[in-house]
Write a protein that binds this ligand. Structure first.
Ligand code: PMP
Length: 361
């Protein structure tokens, strides 16, 4: 019997791997595997969802206009140049769907976010993976990989899972020298956590082919609500709006995001705690002989001697109820990505890694 045949490339897609969320048989589990906000959502967002729930029989705003207006006011941007997505994942995917197809090339870096490959293959395009320089994005390597077939270039800044970031001047250099037909995506899922880095909004405002993508899943604590957004030239926003589903964001997601954005006391506290505990955690790991690069995100990338040691450590941490992320799939087999949790979680994970290094297995 003949069977339906998926489009070329679709069966090359490996299923997206999320961070572990359970450790069977272990109690007191702490999830440090998905870079979620350990302090939870803003209470104001929780209340806004409860109120909005009474409207669930109605369709949501067709284009999330009230959230776009709130974002524009909050960040001093133009609401017409914002598109919303069901998480920034939807936006990354629609950038590929809108700008790349069979025969085209989509560039990303060797430790770049795993969705880029999925998005490229789903659109029928060819993924092109570019080396980084010691876990840092290298603009010259990206430029060297550009061809007349390049349609999309993804840069995660700060990187996931590396945590490293390059300055806006480097992104500007890339935007100036890359082929004019390509779209540069500056994926700023962790932008707020990187001190001294301003996310590329100005670049997206001043270039016709630069998109900045952002999310409510990290700092704003709304991973379960699925809210992302893009800032770009109107022509790109128009393409993204044509491709997204109508009513893509639910009413509760829109209301949660507006309330979370307005609760600056909560985000400020989360940022301060993240910066303090991130420094503490990398210092504590270093004291146990486990190095990490300076992170501009809400996680640290812990480097072990080799893949076997990293895997053994992840197993040991899981047995202790501590869930962290293996990142061999990101070309970093000797590393574990550890979300910066609240203080007790940071202390627990540092202590457990110390015990592991001291011989506990
Ligand atoms: N970009 C990067 C670099 C990420 O790490 C993530 C989340 N893991 C996303 C985009 C997608 O985030 P979301 O779809 O939750 O907005």
């Amino acid at each position: 019997m003949t069977k339906p045949i998926p489009q070329p490339g679709i069966l090359d897609i490996a299923l997206y791997q999320g961070g572990a969320s359970s450790a069977p048989g272990v109690s007191n589990v702490v999830k440090l595997s998905s870079n979620e906000n350990p302090f939870g959502p803003s209470e104001a967002a929780v209340k806004a969802v409860a109120v909005a729930a009474h409207q669930m029989h109605r369709y949501p705003e067709i284009d999330g206009a009230s959230l776009r207006a709130a974002l524009a006011a909050h960040y001093d941007l133009d609401a017409d140049r914002i598109a919303l997505g069901v998480g920034s994942d939807e936006i990354l995917s629609n950038i590929c769907n809108g700008y790349a197809g069979p025969g085209d090339e989509v560039i990303y870096t060797e430790h770049g976010f795993s969705m880029y490959r999925i998005c490229a293959l789903a659109s029928g395009a060819t993924p092109v993976v570019v080396p980084e320089n010691q876990r840092v994005v290298d603009v010259d390597n990206i430029l060297a990989a550009c061809t007349d077939k390049t349609r999309v270039i993804f840069v995660t800044n700060p990187g996931n899972p590396t945590g490293t970031f390059i300055p806006v001047s480097e992104l500007e250099r890339l935007a100036d020298a890359m082929p004019a037909q390509a779209v540069l995506v500056i994926d700023g899922a962790y932008e707020e956590y990187a001190e001294g880095y301003e996310g590329g909004a100005e670049l997206a405002a001043s270039r016709p082919n630069v998109v900045m993508t952002r999310t409510f899943s990290k700092l704003f604590g709304l991973g379960g609500m699925r809210v992302g957004w893009a800032y770009a030239d109107r022509a790109i926003i128009d393409v993204l709006n044509r491709l997204r589903n109508p009513f893509n964001l639910s009413t509760i997601a829109i209301e949660a995001a507006k309330a979370a954005l307005a609760d600056t006391a909560h985000t400020k506290r989360c940022l301060t705690e993240n910066a303090r505990l991130r420094a503490w955690l990398s210092g504590a790991l270093e004291a146990h002989g486990v190095m990490s690069d300076r992170s501009g995100a809400n996680f640290v990338l812990a480097r072990f001697d080799d893949e076997d040691e990293a895997n053994a450590c992840e197993d040991y941490l899981r047995s202790q109820g501590l869930l962290v992320r293996r990142v061999a799939g990101y070309g970093l087999p000797n590393c574990l990505r550890i979300t910066v949790g609240d203080e007790p979680s940071c202390r627990r994970v540092a202590h457990a890694i110390g015990a592991f290094k001291g011989g506990a297995r």
